[in-house]
Design a protein around this ligand. Structure first.
Ligand code: AMP
Ligand code: ZN
Length: 137
């Protein structure tokens, strides 16, 4: 896709620190790492987000991510690994080519994922039932 920075990386028009590549998937270091070793895993084909990505690509991509996460855990001195990804402006997506973030985590780093859950207790049971009806099978 024209003007997509990640498509340009796939095409070799913009350099990256490549971690993994096969026919469908590319993984490289994030240019603005939240922690050392912050990796992005992307489909080589342009899909904007989780709503667009082909299921087959997604399946292959998550297995690649798992392999890299394993390497982070065993070789990168990381006690843990976070995987996350954003879809849409309201979710703070900034590059509109699907990507999965992998963050190798050490106990004493400055990231605080649990802050995301800070409002969880304020939701009442009625609300949870309503949400279950909307999102459940
Ligand atoms: P998101 O906010 O989830 O859309 O994340 C986009 C990520 O892409 C950010 O973490 C950026 O630092 C990263 N990024 C943007 N441009 C590049 C680039 N040229 N090479 C590597 N990572 C990039
Ligand atoms: Zn793209």
């Amino acid at each position: 896709m024209e003007n997509c920075i990640f498509c340009k990386i796939v095409a070799g028009e913009i350099p990256c620190y490549k971690i993994f590549e096969n026919e469908k998937i590319l993984a490289f270091l994030d240019i603005n790492p939240a922690v050392p070793g912050h990796v992005l895993v992307i489909p080589k084909k342009h899909f904007t987000d989780i709503f667009e990505i082909d299921d087959q690509y997604l399946q292959e991509l998550i297995v690649v991510a798992k392999r890299i996460a394993e390497k982070m855990k065993t070789n990168f001195d990381a006690g843990g690994v976070n995987l996350f990804q954003s879809n849409g402006e309201n979710a703070e997506q900034t590059v509109f080519h699907f990507h999965l973030h992998l963050l190798p985590r050490k106990g004493n780093d400055r990231i605080n994922f649990s802050e995301l859950l800070v409002n969880a207790e304020k939701i009442d049971n009625m609300k949870l039932e309503e949400i279950k009806k909307i999102l459940g099978e």
